[in-house]
Design a protein around this ligand. Structure first.
Ligand SMILES: NC(=O)c1ccc[n+]([C@@H]2O[C@H](COP(=O)([O-])OP(=O)(O)OC[C@H]3O[C@@H](n4cnc5c(N)ncnc54)[C@H](OP(=O)(O)O)[C@@H]3O)[C@@H](O)[C@H]2O)c1
Length: 368
């Protein structure tokens, strides 16, 4: 009997598999998107190599493109006791049609398969804190009403949640923050909108900051997130909605993050030589105008810079406090990363590695 994990070769999927191999005695069916046999073989080899001895004899890798009706034809429903659904298109700039096809319809297909599993005890969806969309204020660990969304990624993850809430499956929804590093050491492997925005500031390509300095920013690490998944999928932990995020009092604000980022940048000779100013916060109307103008200047560096910030910039004006009482009750060993120390370590890594383009000699020297 085993645990089926979709998106098992994705950034968090791989780490969740490793954590679960350590904490359970289960077998695993790892579902990966693969266009053909060659891609499936390459993904299987990579997963086998990464999981090493821990995976031997316990892991089966299957191809499962969730946009296809026959996606799970190779999986025997009688052998599946738990499902962790990590597969998704995760770009904030995803278009509506793709988001619907993969994130919504793919979840509907998986739920249909789940209903055919006679011994299924838990269906766990990896979701995002931002299914809260345009809600402001306290955000409890509950089903959200439609408050509007700032991009189709948020919208599609919310639609996926809604479908599963109505499905009657034994559901847990783990709403995750933006993952910015491997662990507290600050090493970055998966680059996302967070890192790309900080890069624009480092190179002087963005001088206006959308958002308000007091807006809280929920940030996490892959280590914290995969430990949470490994704990919360246990059968003895009650099914529910969990915000896998630091306590509200332990959450950075946008202003703290930008100040800290520039403190780190200003320790770097290359950055100091360029005499760049710290960004100026702009109001929402000015930000919308900037996005509009940049779109008309097609193909230029301004369009590219603004295009990477535009899909989430509006969230930086929408103050939210993500409550996490359910998480803390269900996970007594809960220990979220210290937000200031984490942001400092991440910025340091980004500068030292030039956003992943060069080895991090500075950190290595420190470790010797
Ligand atoms: N990382 C974060 O900061 C974060 C924050 C909040 C929520 N989450 C949620 O956590 C989950 C995992 O995120 P991640 O960071 O691991 O994302 P990721 O690295 O982008 O991995 C996504 C996985 O989904 C697979 N996938 C995409 N389209 C598919 C399809 N049509 N059929 C089957 N599989 C498909 C991808 O395969 P290919 O690579 O082959 O396309 C990949 O294995 C997602 O549901 C995401 O919404 C992540």
């Amino acid at each position: 009997m085993g645990i089926l994990i979709t998106g098992a070769d994705g950034y968090l999927g791989r780490r969740a598999v490793s954590a679960l191999l350590e904490t359970t005695g289960d077998e695993f069916v790892l579902a990966v998107r693969a266009a053909d046999a060659a891609e499936l073989a390459a993904k299987r080899d990579r997963l086998d190599a990464e999981l090493g001895a821990a995976g031997h004899g316990r892991v089966t890798v299957v191809g499962a493109d969730l946009t296809r009706d026959d996606a799970l034809a190779d999986v025997d429903p009688r052998r599946v006791t738990a499902i962790v659904h990590a597969a998704a298109v995760t770009r904030f700039s995803v278009d509506r049609e793709t988001a619907q096809r993969v994130n919504v319809d793919g979840t509907v297909r998986l739920a249909r398969f789940a209903r055919r599993c006679p011994d299924l005890r838990r269906f766990t969806l990896l979701s995002t804190l931002y299914t809260a969309g345009r809600h402001t204020g306290d955000v409890p660990e509950r089903r959200h009403e439609d408050a509007g969304f700032v991009n189709f990624y948020e919208w599609s993850k919310w639609r996926a949640e809604q479908h599963l809430f109505d499905s009657g499956l034994p559901l847990s929804v783990l709403r995750l923050p933006t993952v910015i590093a491997e662990d507290d050491g600050g090493t970055v492997v998966q680059y996302n909108a967070f890192h790309n925005t900080l890069k624009l500031f480092y190179y002087g390509l963005l001088s206006l900051m959308p958002g308000e300095p007091s807006t809280p920013l929920a940030l996490g690490t892959a280590a914290f997130t995969s430990a949470a998944v490994a704990h919360l999928v246990r059968p003895e932990v009650p099914a529910g909605i969990y915000h896998v995020t630091p306590d509200p009092a332990q959450t950075l604000t946008l202003g703290q993050l930008i100040d800290l980022t520039f403190d780190v940048y200003e320790r770097d000779d290359n950055f100091r030589r360029r005499n760049l100013m710290r960004p100026i916060y702009c109001d929402r109307q000015s930000f919308d105008d900037m996005v509009d103008i940049a779109r008309r200047l097609k193909g230029g560096p301004i369009e590219q810079a603004v295009a990477s910030v535009a899909p989430f910039g509006t969230q930086l004006y929408l103050h939210k406090t993500f409550r996490n009482e359910a998480l803390r009750a269900a996970w007594p060993g809960y220990a979220a990363p210290d937000p200031l120390a984490l942001a400092d370590a991440v910025c340091d890594h980004l500068v030292a590695s030039r956003w992943g383009r060069q080895p991090v000699t500075r950190q290595l020297e420190g470790a010797l």
